[in-house]
Design a binder for this molecule. Sequence first.
Ligand SMILES: C[S@@+](CC[C@H](N)C(=O)[O-])C[C@H]1O[C@@H](n2cnc3c(N)ncnc32)[C@H](O)[C@@H]1O
Length: 200
Amino acid sequence: MLVSVFPGAGLAQDSGSALDQRVRAFLESHRNEWHDLNVPFEDGQVLYDLIIRNKYRSALEIGTSTGHSTIWIAWALSKTGGRLTTLEIDPERQKQAIENLEAAGLRDFVDFKLGDAHQLVKELEGPFDFVFSDADKTWYIQYFKDIDPKLKSGGRFAAHNVLQDISGIREYMEFIQQQPGYETTVDRTSNSGIAISLKK
Ligand SMILES: C[S@@+](CC[C@H](N)C(=O)[O-])C[C@H]1O[C@@H](n2cnc3c(N)ncnc32)[C@H](O)[C@@H]1O
């Protein structure tokens, strides 16, 4: 039995499969090499745990960048039998993300879409049970409004950077906390913060 080097990530239940070993090795070797607004390692663990615990299977990520959170989400979905759609507007970042997912052995669990998420989110059919919002913060409220009808009951809408002083965040937090159909908590594992809104 392998000893987990990712405490808190729910990996005690890992099978120690060849894929697990490959993903772990990739994440460990790249741990200090994410420089494109990527989530901290600890927040990747939070996303992973959320998906595993709730057995989510249909996920959407808004803001791929070079794919750090994408790897954590796709890894969790590889265990639940799920699939991720991820959106990015920058072709160079998306290209790097695809290479990273290939290197981690997770490419087959992800649909990469290139374009403006303002439009793409409206066009996506859904339904989703897990959404990670990590692109332009001033559009968080509109992303939520567009996703809401496509989010399953029991699903979660997670928004990144909510503990940071970034334009759009204060307005988003005021808005989301007033949504009657949702219960929102803030994960403070890292300084970035993730607002996690459960659809009742
Ligand atoms: C904070 S980074 C995402 C980090 C990523 N989740 C990770 O952990 O690796 C935000 C990304 O959203 C992208 N982005 C910003 N506005 C966008 C839009 N309107 N449509 C699609 N992508 C957008 C940016 O190009 C950037 O790569």
